[in-house]
Design a protein around this ligand. Sequence first.
Ligand SMILES: [Cu+2]
Length: 505
Amino acid sequence: MLAAPKVPLINPTSLARFVDPLPIPSVARAAEQRADPANPGHTLPCYRIEMRACKVRLHRDIPTTPVWGYNGQFPGPSIEARRGEPLLVEWVNALPSQHFLPIDHTLHGAERDKPDVRAITHVHGARVPAKADGFPDDWYTPGHSVLYRYPNGQDAATLWYHDHAMGITRLNIYAGLFGAYIVRDAEEQALHLPSGDYDMPLILCDRLVAQDGQLYYPVSDDPHAPWVMQCLGNLVLCNGKVFPYLDVEPRRYRFRLINVANTRFFDLSLSHDQAMQQIASDQGLLPAPLERARIELYPAERADVVIDFAGFAGKSVQLRHESQGIVEFRVRAQSSRDMSALPATLRPVTRIDPAAAARERILTLNEIDDANGNAMQMLLDGKRWSDPITENPRQNSIETWSFVNLTGDAHPIHVHLVRFQVIDRRPFDLFAWNAHRKLEFTGPAVPPEPQELGWKDTVRADSGMVTRIAMRFDGEPGRYVWHCHFLEHEDNEMMRPFQVLPAHS
Ligand SMILES: [Cu+2]
């Protein structure tokens, strides 16, 4: 049971639509050059990004909303990186001493002896050494900071950064601690895709917003254990606004769709039956553009799309979630000359041969129910966060991981450090598994969907299916995490550490 909010929530149909311009997150600027900790005698650009409380206006007719933002912005500033050019970020915790959202002290890592306000930033999809990955237990309190070095040794892709503090990640991200992290490279640049003013992130989430403008985070009716298994908002936000509009030219644009919601998956389409050309998924370019009428994004997934407004001069086009317009593009009559291209091929993606795997791991997604049959928590392979590490891939080795989903729902599973490929999904006999932990398939393997043929870092593991991924553990040895990206689940044990062991010399 959910407790009712003190102040009634806003009825979305009461809001005037498309009265606020779409904000485009500012681009972070390096504050200074600092010594490169990995390369004595050299310096690197250093960004200083401060987490702090701020007030924002989500919509013209909604009173201001207190949030937490990186640099006091919601979303935080976009970090722009180039492949092969490392950078430093000093992540500063300048948050207040009190949390404004309801902490569940019964959750692992959020016990009463832990400070309420803790933070640690992770760049989702970044290949970074363990010490800069933002391990959930490495949180720190207001008045402290960490200096992280990002090598950016990876292909151009739309990544994003967000809080990852143990047991309160769902609250810190909900409060507003997220932003885009964009990696560019020369190969992508050579394609002449829309760039500059015609290339921007569209960061999507939903929030429960009360009539006084406050964010409401749902709680159970048990005041001692307020955790809830999902959080779905009444309002959809794009770049921190409800129902924004964007003036566009009648030409091609590149939009980087990022789902930063706690639980919501987005089912995106355009009005006028207009198709989008998907050019990239989580970890960068697809082999070729893919025409999509609809794009589904689970939490943490990304899709870069090119939309051509050339045929819509003087008209408007809406981006929809399900059947509801959430962003309006107002197409001007005139355009500057569109020098961009949409090449027929983008970047080859060499398939990983699953037969080359040094190790094949079978990992279950399970649910533990209470006496009434309500879900209490979800586990990965039946283990808790504090159980000893069991996934210990060897550096540079290939592994396949099979997610055996024993629960009634799909879960978006994210593995830190690596990019992976989806091999297939295959239905299995749940009763046979429960009886003797044996995988008996009940149908043929389903190949990945066309948009899943690029590099991914988050995969939808469907109920009743075995979802198989393959990856090479390129990166430095050390301790990372893998988890469900429904934030309510990862905060309640659906997260496990893994250890990359040094390569055999
Ligand atoms: Cu989950």
